[in-house]
Every structure is written in C-alpha cells, then in structure tokens.
Design a protein around this ligand. Structure first.
Ligand code: FAD
Ligand code: NAP
Length: 680
C-alpha cells in the first residue's frame, strides 16, 4: 500500500518492496483462504478478526487496504520492483501470488517464490524451522542482486555546465568512476539554455574562461571582449571534445530525487524516467541561474500567440520580422534582448516593473596583439583574479571613499567607468560604493544623468530612470544600445508601476489602462536563483531529512559547499558562497578543486562519510548574513534575497566577502583537516 501510495502521490522514492506472505485482498475469498488444510498457524477466523479490527466493510475493498484491488498500477510511474515470498500452506498464499502476478502484468520487475510445504510465519520461526533461514537467504540474495543491478559510481554530478564539466574532468583524473546527469541534450548549461538574441557574457571573455589547462588557455582564441552565447557554447563543446567528457555524461536525464542511504553511506539518485544509480558522493553542479521561473502573472496560460522564455530559448532562430512583440522584464536578459528584437519586430512594447541600472558594454572584437598580451601573462592574470574581490581585476579597483573625493574626481572616475564598458567599473571606482549610501547615490545620479542624456521622449526617460534601489544591489546590467532603443519609432515602454498588468489575455496583455495585442510575448522574468535548482530535486539526507524542510526558513550551508545532515553532498556555488557576486568561472574552479581535494583526502584516509558540523554551519550562515548586512545589498527587492519568488524566505544568498578572502578561508579549513566537517 505504501509503495503504491508513494508512487501515486510522488512521495519518497522506494527502491525495492519486499513482501513476505503479504495480505493484499480484503475480500477474504481466495481458494487458499477457504482451504481447511491451510489453517495450521494462521486461521481464516483469526485473519478475519484482524481484518475487522483494521477496516470496516467499505474499507475492506479500498485499494489503500487491499492493494490487489487497485486498478491503476499500469499508470503508476516509479512503483518499486518487488520481491514476493509466500508459503504454500498459508491461507494468504493465493493473494500473495495474485499480487505478484498483478505487479508483473503492470510491468513491474517481480521476483516471486512460493516456499513449498511451509506455513504462515515460517520466516519468523527460523530458529525452529531452519527453512526460514533459507528464505532469509533468498531474500537477502534478491536484495544484493537488486543493489548490484543498479550501477554504482564514486560520484554522481548533476549538471553539465561549466561546473559539472570541470568537476568530471578533475575526478576522472583522480581515477574515480563518475557519471554526470544533464537535463539538456548537450553540454554548456547556461549557454545551452539561454539562446535569446543578444545573450553574451558581461565579464571579459579572457577572464570568464577555464584556467585549469594551460594548453586550452593558449589554444582557444576569444573573438570579442564579451563573447556571445554561440561562442561560449562553442567553447563548452570544444572543452567537452578536447577532454573527451561526453562519454561519462548522460544527456536528457533529469535527476528527480537523491536520497542518502545511511547504511551504505551512498546516495540513491533517481532520474525522472525512474532509472536509478548509487554513488558515494553527490555533487550538485546544477547551476545557480538554471531554474527558470514561470512568471506570477494572471492569465499566463491564456495567450494564444507565440511565447518565449529567455531562459529556455528555442534552438532554432526565431524571426520576429513583421510581428508585434512584447517583452516582460528588464533585468540583464531583457536588457540584452530588447535592442535586437527591436531591430526585427514591426513593433516592440517593453513592460518594465523596475527600472534597472545599465551601463554600456562597449563590446568590440579583440585584436591579435591584445590576445597575445593576455596569453603571455595568463598565469599572473589568473592569480590576481583568484585573489581579487570579484574574480575580475579590470579596471583596477580603487579603495578610497567616494565622498572624501572632490565632485570633479567622482565625476571623472564614474566617467571612466562609463567609458570602459566593464561590469565592475562602478564597483571599483571607489572602495565604498556598496557600503556607503551617499557614495552609491553619487554613482546612481551619474548613471541617471547619462540616461537622461540618451532617451528623447520625456515620459519614457522618466520611466527608465532607476530609483528604487541602490546601484548594484540588483545585479547591474551591461548593454548595447539599450537606452538608445527607446528612441526608435517602433519601440515603446509600459511602466508597470503606473499601469500594472491585470492579466494576460488570449490576444495580448491587459494593463490597468488598456489591452494591447501581440503576435509574441517574450518573458525575461528571471530565475528561482541559487536554491531553486537544488530544491527542485527531491533531496533527502541522513534519516530521510528533506532539504526543502531543512531550508524552510532559508538556506543554511557551511561555506556554500556542504549542508549538515546531508552527508557526502557538495554544492558548487551553493548559497553563502561568493558565487553570483563574482566572475563565476573563478568561483566554479575554486569549488571544483576544493571538492576534488576533499574527496581525495577522504579516500586517502579511508573515510566514507563527511558532512558539516551543525555549529560550523550555523556560524557560517550567520557570518554570511552579518557580512551582507554591512552592505547596501539587502535594501533591494532582488533575486539576491529571493524577493522575486513569491513565498521564498528572504535571505541574502551569497557571500559578500570576496572570492580572494573566501578562497583563503576554504583553504585554511582544508589544511586544518577539514575543520568544521565531521568525517568518519
Ligand atoms: P549552469 O550553467 O546553470 O549549468 C547547470 C546545468 O545543470 C544545466 O545544464 C541544467 O540543465 C542542469 N541541471 C539542473 N538541474 C538538473 C537536474 N535536476 N537534473 C539534470 N540536470 C540538471 N556569470 C558570470 O560570471 N558572468 C556572466 O556574464 C554571466 N552571464 C550570465 C548570463 C545568463 C543569461 C545567465 C542565466 C547566467 C549568467 N552567468 C554569468 C551565471 C552563469 O550561470 C555561470 O557563469 C555559469 O555558467 C554557471 O555554470 P554551472 O555549470 O554552475 O551552471
Ligand atoms: P532578473 O534579473 O530577475 O530580471 C527579471 C525581470 O523580470 C525584472 O525586470 C523583473 O522585475 C521582471 N519581472 C519578473 N516577474 C515579473 C512580473 N510578474 N511582472 C512584471 N515583471 C516581472 O532575471 P534575468 O534578466 O534573467 O537575469 C538573471 C540573472 O542572470 C542576472 O541578474 C545575471 O546574474 C544573469 N544574467 C547575466 C547576463 C549577462 O549580461 N551576462 C544576462 C542575463 C542574465 P522586478 O525587478 O520588478 O522584479
């Protein structure tokens, strides 16, 4: 009953059901039930007494009491394979046999054995009836066979983006047997899914790249300052080919659940299609911005035209020529895609809820001499990036206080920031942009002034001015002609703060003032960031504890790498690590290397189980929150605090101390014998 119920209601994954002379049929009318010669130990009178104690007349034939009477077994996904044992001289023999047959007919793997000449209860009476031992042996052999029929790996990695790819490479080099599961059809992660027009990295390509292979670093040539999505995907494919990664990656394989087995110190990892494997280590390389969010807009499913989501863009190019198009959302994805869609569409209407800060990317092709200069200097360059605050070192960070500088000096530095086209420019202009409200206000005002200078229409200009949050507290954007796009004849802006969306209709979008009709709607509405990709998998740790319950008030993690109560699980770029506040390639490589070293240490020291100590986890979580509270970050309604997902607990999700400091802390913890972790 439990096995059926859990499959029906998507409950905990049962790996194997072992049914020992099971009671399956409350009708109490099978041939063996009525057979006088089988009333030796369990009589039908006694059994009926049990039934009556347990169920009234109506309940007797309810499948939740009589699993044999369920009529939906064929439709149940994930009903566990069964080992069924009956005793020949038992009144329950027929209903056990009938249930084994019924499971088999429903396509469930079943091993069935009827123990000849045995009575009900013989297994429990093994001391008196040695054939009971035989039955126990038979069952344990079936369990062994089942466990061995499941592939075993040293590590399972979830996700084949840049994190999963490098983690696979590292662990394989250590001689480990690894399987990667990836939901998509190929490698690349972010750059596989986000194929919308204009998608590109906003950290310099030469910095946003792997450093682990000197040969790769020297051979690969980035064509642009900020590489496009196709070029980044090509890079991911090149790495996969070069290091022969695909042979250990299983594509189109979405991990549905991962349950820790305390007896074996292993994870049972199950895919959406029901296939399962076991692994000592579970490494969640599932991304931080990979759980695309269905927008919380009334009538979302009503629209009969084309809909697109920037985070799940089609693989074939989309042509908007001659179409009326709406874009909802003006975060980085919207801001990148709007100018290009505007060039194609007959008409484009942008629906903006919050005006964001964006500065020009000033993208350009890289010259050979620039590339040569970087390549010559790569080791030093990488070292500096690793030691830095954001994992990027251009332009050179300044540490002095903005309000102690003259107004001219501030103007000059912000101006340089605007003209360098680099994401960290405004963060690096002074040391206190993210900690001092006045310093930040000065940066904000500089950017607003620039926007005023670009946008021609008065109302549109006012609406585009960001004034709801300090600069940088929502992820700032780099753009190509974003503000200029609003000067085009075919582009208009709807400020949802003045005229909010009532509903999406069959033909378009109805705001509080009017309804507009469209051929296509593009949702650039973001992600359930950081925790979403982890919590969308049914992860259960030691003693069946669910991650979703452990994190009900917000994520708690030691270093963003491990979670107490979830042994042998590592999270790459997990909550409370620098992650999204950095050039993520630097953070990815750091986590991958740390995890690989930790697993190496475990193996060298004959240890099979590691998890963070709860007090270390609490201290780190508190430290992360305290650090964030020293900045302006928590002031914004941003995805950094989970504010974009209704009901998500508000917690600042990343470590603001910088990648250099963080790396040092992680290294010291490892050098100290994994201080704060319990290994056994
Ligand atoms: P991802 O690339 O997100 O890969 C995770 C993979 O896991 C995905 O392929 C997904 O399909 C798979 N997966 C998830 N759950 C499951 C599951 N249950 N079963 C199987 N597979 C699963 N960072 C920067 O530093 N600079 C940038 O300029 C930048 N630009 C970005 C632009 C966009 C549009 C987005 C969305 C993010 C950007 N990022 C940027 C962040 C980016 O996510 C990281 O830089 C990096 O690509 C993350 O790599 P990853 O492998 O950790 O995760
Ligand atoms: P995002 O920053 O969360 O932006 C989502 C946008 O959709 C916001 O403007 C949001 O408005 C709006 N929105 C959400 N729900 C809405 C609703 N119900 N009604 C109206 N508007 C709604 O998501 P994103 O643009 O996909 O970017 C996510 C992150 O990915 C970025 O911050 C960045 O880290 C990364 N990224 C980077 C690049 C790059 O340049 N390299 C490009 C894309 C993405 P509110 O602000 O009011 O919530």
């Amino acid at each position: 009953v439990i096995a059926q119920k859990t499959a029906r209601e998507n409950g905990p994954k049962i790996d194997l059901q072992i049914l020992v002379y099971p009671v399956t049929d409350g009708r109490m009318d099978s041939a063996t039930w009525k057979d006088e010669t089988r009333q030796l130990f369990l009589t039908s009178e006694l059994m009926e007494h049990f039934w009556r104690h347990y169920a009234d007349d109506e309940q007797l034939t309810d499948p939740e009491a009589s699993p044999l009477l369920a009529d939906d077994l064929k439709d149940l996904d994930g009903l566990a394979p069964a080992v069924v044992l009956t005793a020949e001289m038992d009144i329950l023999r027929d209903e056990g046999a009938a249930y084994a047959k019924k499971l088999e007919e429903a396509g469930i793997p079943v091993t069935y054995k009827d123990f000849k000449r045995q009575i009900h209860g013989f297994v429990g009476l093994a001391e008196a009836l040695p054939v009971g031992f035989e039955a126990l042996d038979w069952v344990s052999t079936r369990i062994d066979a089942h466990l061995n029929s499941v592939d075993h790996f040293d590590a399972v990695i979830v996700g084949a983006g840049f994190s999963g790819m490098y983690q696979l490479h590292r662990l394989r080099e250590m001689g480990l047997n690894v399987r990667v599961f990836e939901a998509g059809t190929d490698v690349g992660g972010t750059w596989y899914w986000n194929r919308y027009p204009g998608a590109r990295v906003d950290i310099e390509s030469v910095a946003y790249s792997y450093s682990f292979s000197k040969e790769l670093e020297q051979d690969w040539v980035w064509s642009e300052k900020h590489a496009t999505q196709p070029e980044l995907l090509e890079y991911a494919n090149h790495v996969a080919d070069r290091f022969d990664l695909r042979k250990d990656i299983q594509f189109e394989s979405k991990v549905a659940s991962a349950h820790f087995d305390d007896d074996m110190n292993e994870w049972l990892v199950t895919l959406e299609n029901g296939d399962a494997v076991r692994a000592r280590y579970l490494i969640m390389a599932s991304g931080v911005l990979s759980a695309s969010k269905k927008p919380d807009i009334a009538g979302y499913d009503n629209f009969k035209g084309e809909t697109y989501n920037t985070g799940q863009w089609p693989h074939d190019p989309v042509d908007f020529s001659g179409k009326k198009v709406a874009v909802i959302g003006t975060g980085s994805s919207g801001i990148q895609t709007i100018p290009l869609v505007a060039e194609q569409a007959e008409e484009l209407v942008v629906f903006q809820r919050t005006a964001n800060f964006s500065t020009p990317a000033l993208n350009r092709t890289l010259s050979n001499s620039e590339i040569d200069a970087v390549k010559k200097n790569y080791p030093e360059y990488r070292t500096e990036c690793r030691k830095s605050r954001l994992g990027a070192i251009s332009p050179e960070p300044q540490l002095d206080r903005a309000m102690e500088a003259t107004a001219e000096e501030r103007e000059s530095r912000f101006n340089t920031g605007w003209e360098t086209g680099l994401l960290p420019s405004f963060f690096f202009a002074f040391g206190d942009i993210l900690t001092d409200e006045k310093a930040n206000e000065a940066a904000q005002e500089f950017i607003r002034d620039r926007i005023r200078g670009i946008v021609e229409d008065e109302q549109t200009r006012e609406d585009l001015l960001p004034n709801t949050h300090p600069y940088g507290t929502k992820r700032p954007c780099l753009d190509t002609n974003y503000y200029e796009t609003f000067n085009r004849e075919n582009v208009s802006l709807v400020n949802l703060r003045r005229t909010p969306i009532d509903t999406i209709t069959e033909k378009g979008i109805k705001t509080s003032d009017t309804e507009r009709e469209f051929d296509a709607i593009i949702f650039a509405t973001g992600f359930d960031a950081m925790t979403g990709p982890l919590l969308r998998v049914d992860i259960r740790g030691s003693k069946g504890q669910r991650l979703i319950d452990a994190w009900v008030d917000g994520p708690q993690s030691y270093l963003g790498i491990g979670v107490s109560g979830f042994p042998n699980m590592f999270t790459i770029n997990g909550p409370s690590s620098p992650s999204v506040l950095s050039n993520m390639m630097v953070s990815i490589e750091q986590h991958v290397d740390w995890i690989a070293d930790c697993i190496g240490w475990m193996n060298n020291n004959d240890k099979t189980r590691i998890e963070p100590d709860r007090s270390a986890e609490l201290q780190w979580t508190e430290h992360t929150a305290q650090m964030a509270d020293m900045t302006l970050y928590p002031q914004a309604e941003s995805w950094y605090v989970g504010a974009n997902v209704p009901g998500k607990p508000r917690t600042f999700l990343a470590y603001v101390g910088g990648v250099g400091v963080y790396r040092e802390i992680c290294d010291q913890i490892a050098d100290g014998g994994y201080y704060g972790f319990e290994a056994s």
